[in-house]
Design a protein around this ligand. Structure first.
Ligand SMILES: [Zn+2]
Length: 122
């Protein structure tokens, strides 16, 4: 992939990263503020607990995505962007447009999802 195309994807990743980090920080701040309010109404407390749970689970997903984005940004600097980390095949730009942090080509992704990739991976 040429430098100009890589830069487009790098900007995309950084933009998404910025959005995510802001979102996670806002969620944590909101959660702390709700704690500080310390309401006594049981219904309100239950609602708070639910909201907090939701925020916590959202943060987990966001953090996972954040890791993938960071890895993709690292690949831009090191091994090269837009290649399958398993077989090294170039990823179609259509796939990168949809998922700029994609690690695997479609074939390896399929194998991974079926647990057949034979790679020490999460
Ligand atoms: Zn592959």
């Amino acid at each position: 992939m040429d430098k100009r195309r890589t830069k487009v994807f790098r900007d995309k990743l950084l933009g998404r990263r910025e959005g995510l980090v802001g979102q996670v920080q806002a969620a944590e701040l909101y959660s702390r503020e709700r704690d500080a309010e310390a309401t006594q109404d049981p219904a309100d407390m239950a609602a708070n607990a639910y909201t907090k749970e939701l925020l916590v689970s959202m943060s987990d997903n966001d953090r996972q995505l954040l890791n993938l984005i960071d890895e993709a940004l690292e690949r831009i600097e090191t091994t090269g962007y837009g290649k399958c980390v398993h077989c090294g095949e170039a990823l179609p730009e259509k796939r990168l447009d949809a998922v700029p942090w994609a690690r695997h080509c479609v074939r390896c992704q399929d194998l991974q999802e079926r647990g057949l990739l034979g790679e020490d991976d999460d």
